[in-house]
Design a protein. Structure first.
Length: 263
């Protein structure tokens, strides 16, 4: 009787579950869901690895002075030196200049005059000392019977500048510009082979003597690359300070006397 009661009770429960909507038997035995071992979570999909960019290779630093030294050393004569200077790309003032200004006068002359840099007139014409300062220089040379146009090495002069390009707005050349062009200037002097060098103004003194202060240096003989050198006022300074022409005349007479002594 007890078994019959269990049967009818179970059947009633089943009918009740069917009425509730249960239409599928999942398992014959009950399952304790809390007793199940937790499943390990699925591994997350690996993020796509980014390809590292190739290492940046730093460009080798260029030493303008070393390159100028190499180019100058390879120049065997004045034309090849001029070509090497024109091909030199590390002096920024070159980009703003109109013309390359190399030299004027007679190569091989006893006197080599070294100025600062081209001015406006020199930049337009392509020759050093052609403006008002150049005209005054010609008069100064004529006073001691010298001439840049002469074909006689004893009376002629050879003229060049520390820089062959005009600085913007005629500003004073910077130390870095002087340093990178100095090897060319030293080679220029060696190839021109003058007996005497005239340093006109502060910039040539700074470049070749390592000193400035032309009012203190002028009139005092010194030595540049094994040659006698005389610092003098630049003609442009004499145009601004006419009273200084007296000292300039004394320096010209001293130059003439020196040339006689070296004969």
């Amino acid at each position: 009787m007890e078994s019959g009661d269990t049967f009818w009770r179970d059947l009633a429960l089943l009918d009740w579950q069917v009425e509730l909507g249960a239409d599928e038997a999942i398992s014959e035995t009950p399952i304790d869901r809390y007793a199940l071992e937790p499943q390990a979570p699925k591994p997350a999909a690996a993020a796509p690895q980014k390809t590292a960019p190739p290492p940046v290779v730093a460009a080798a630093e260029v030493d303008p002075v070393a390159e100028a030294q190499l180019a100058a050393t390879e120049a065997s004569d004045l034309p090849s030196l001029a070509a090497a200077m024109q091909a030199f790309e590390h002096c920024e003032i070159k980009k703003g200049a109109r013309k390359f200004v190399f030299s004027d006068g007679l190569p091989g002359a006893r006197v080599m005059i070294i100025g600062e840099a081209p001015g406006r007139d020199e930049d337009q014409i392509g020759r050093p000392f052609v403006g008002q300062a150049g005209q005054l220089l010609d008069k100064m040379l004529d006073a001691i019977e010298m001439d840049r146009a002469s074909e006689d090495p004893a009376k002629a002069v050879y003229i060049a500048n520390v820089l062959p390009w005009r600085p913007p707005a005629n500003r004073t050349p910077e130390k870095e510009e002087i340093a990178m062009m100095l090897p060319f200037l030293a080679r220029h002097i060696a190839l021109a082979a003058p007996d005497v060098i005239v340093l006109m103004g502060n910039t040539p003194c700074q470049a070749l003597l390592g000193r400035a202060g032309i009012t203190r240096l002028r009139g005092q003989w010194t030595e540049v690359l094994g040659r006698p050198a005389l610092p003098m006022f630049h003609p442009a300074y004499l145009l601004r300070q006419p009273l200084a022409k007296r000292e300039a005349w004394a320096d010209l007479l001293d130059l003439r006397a020196k040339l006689k002594d070296l004969q």
